[in-house]
Design a protein around this ligand. Structure first.
Ligand code: SOE
Length: 387
C-alpha cells in the first residue's frame, strides 16, 4: 500500500491527540493509504525529540518550513496555537501538501479568508484541506445529524448549545497561551464556542445568519506560568493580563427561522468538558452531553402520549457512524476516537480525490460567527453573518 507521509507541527495536548489518531487509524480501519508518522516538528530540539520518542514519530525537525521541502511528507498537520495557522497552512498548501489544521481555523476572519482562498487554489491541483472540528466525529453526533436529515425532528424551532469547562475558575490558575489574544485570537469564544457553532450547524444542516452576544473576562490578571503544557501549569510569582474572554453567551437566528441560545465558558465550576446540545423540532427532540458522549437522547413526538418519553440511545452499535471498526456494542468509545475518525476521513478523501469536511470554507463560516459575536458584544447590537 502507498505510504502517506505525515508531518505534525506541535506536540502538546493537541499534538498528542493527533499522534494517537495517526497511530490508531490504520490499526482499526482499512485505510486506502498507509499513514507514516514521518516527522514531528517543534522549536525546542530536545523537547521535540523526547516527544517524538514518546508519541511514535520517526524523525524530528525544528523549523516547519523544512517539512514543506521534504518529498516524504504529503500531509501537514497543524497543532500549533492559532497565531501561526494562517502562515503555515498557506505555505503548506502552496507547496502542494494536504493540510489538516486545528480549530478555530484562524485568529481573524481576514486570515481565515486567505486560508480559504489558498485551499481553493490548491484544490484545483488535487491538494486537500480540512479543519479539525473533531466532535463531529463522535458517533452519537453523527447519529444526531442522520436523524435530523431523515426528518425525524420535523421543523427545527430551538437549538440550545453549551460548552462548559472550569479549568480557570480558580483566579490563581496561571496564564497560558489560551488566555493570550495575540496567540489564541479569543478565549472561550473561539476555543470552545467554535465547537458548538460548528456542531449545531453540522447537526441541523442549517446556517446561523445573525447573532447578539456578550463576552466577559471575570479574572483580568493571573500568575504567569512558571511552566505549562496543554492546560496544566504551575504558577510563578509574577502576574500578567488576561487578554481574552473567559465566557461568551449569545443568541442566534438560523436561516430556517430556528432560534439558538449559546454559552461557552471556562467558569462552569464542576463541568469539565460538557458539550450540551438540545434541539427541539415539531416532530421530536435530541439531547447530547459530551460528558456522557456515547449516549444520544431522542424524543419522538409522534408516539402515543402515554408511553412517549426521551429514549436513551447507546450509540455503540455497528450501525452507528464509525463504530463497526471498534468494539462490540456497549464497549464505550472516548475522546480520542473523534481524532482517529478525523484521520480516517481525511486519508479516505485524499485517496478518493474528494473534498474532506469540514473544509476551510466551513472553518471560515465559523470564524465569521465568532467575529460577529465579538462585534455584537462591543456594539451591543445584533450582527449579521456575511455570506
Ligand atoms: C481547551 O479548552 C480544549 O482543549 C480545547 O482547545 C479543545 O478544542 C476542546 O476540545 C477541549 O478543550
Amino acid at each position: 500500500m502507498t505510504n502517506l507521509g505525515i508531518g505534525l507541527i506541535g506536540y502538546a495536548f493537541m499534538g498528542a491527540a493527533h499522534s494517537q489518531a495517526w497511530r490508531s487509524a490504520p490499526r482499526f480501519f482499512d485505510l486506502p493509504l498507509d499513514p507514516a508518522m514521518t516527522v514531528l516538528c517543534g522549536r525546542n530540539a530536545d523537547a521535540v525529540q523526547a516527544a517524538a520518542g514518546k508519541l511514535g514519530w520517526q524523525e524530528t525537525e525544528t523549523d516547519w518550513r523544512k517539512l514543506l521541502t521534504r518529498d516524504d511528507v504529503q500531509v501537514i498537520d497543524i497543532c500549533t496555537p492559532g497565531d501561526s495557522h494562517a502562515e503555515i497552512a498557506i505555505a503548506a498548501l502552496q507547496a502542494g501538501k494536504h493540510v489538516l489544521c486545528e480549530k478555530p481555523l484562524a485568529n481573524t476572519v481576514a486570515e481565515a479568508e486567505a486560508m480559504t482562498a489558498a485551499a481553493e487554489a490548491a484544490r484545483a491541483n488535487g491538494v486537500r484541506s480540512m479543519v479539525g472540528f473533531t466532535y463531529r466525529r463522535v458517533p452519537a453526533i453523527g447519529l444526531a445529524r442522520q436523524l435530523v436529515a431523515e426528518g425525524k425532528l420535523g421543523t427545527i424551532r430551538h437549538v440550545r448549545a453549551q460548552y462548559l469547562q472550569d479549568w480557570i475558575a480558580d483566579p490563581e490558575a496561571p496564564l497560558s497561551w489560551r488566555l493570550d489574544k495575540e496567540k489564541a485570537g479569543s478565549g472561550a469564544l473561539g476555543d470552545i464556542g467554535a465547537h458548538i457553532i460548528d456542531l449545531t450547524q453540522y447537526i441541523t444542516g442549517d446556517a446561523i445568519t445573525e447573532v447578539s452576544g456578550q463576552l466577559e473576562t471575570f479574572v483580568k490578571e493571573r500568575p504567569v506560568a512558571a511552566e505549562h503544557s496543554g492546560l496544566a501549569g504551575t504558577a510563578g510569582a509574577e502576574r500578567g493580563p488576561v487578554t481574552v474572554d473567559d465566557a461568551a453567551v449569545f443568541l442566534a437566528r438560523f436561516a430556517s427561522g430556528a432560534l439558538g441560545v449559546y454559552e461557552a465558558t471556562r467558569f462552569a465550576t464542576g463541568r469539565k468538558n460538557a458539550i450540551r446540545i438540545e434541539i427541539n423540532g415539531s416532530a421530536g427532540s435530541l439531547a447530547f452531553d459530551f460528558e456522557d458522549m456515547n449516549l444520544l437522547h431522542y424524543y419522538d413526538a409522534t408516539e402515543d402520549a402515554r408511553t412517549a418519553g426521551f429514549r436513551r440511545i447507546l450509540a455503540t452499535e455497528a450501525a452507528h457512524p464509525y463504530v463497526e471498526a471498534w468494539w462490540p456494542p456497549g464497549h464505550l468509545l472516548g475522546y480520542e476516537h473523534g481524532f482517529t475518525h478525523q484521520v480516517v476521513d481525511l486519508v479516505t478523501a485524499i485517496a478518493d480525490g474528494a473534498d474532506p469536511a469540514p473544509s476551510f470554507a466551513d472553518g471560515l463560516r465559523v470564524q465569521r460567527v465568532l467575529a460577529a459575536v465579538e462585534a455584537s458584544s462591543a456594539s451591543r447590537q445584533w450582527q449579521e453573518i456575511p455570506e
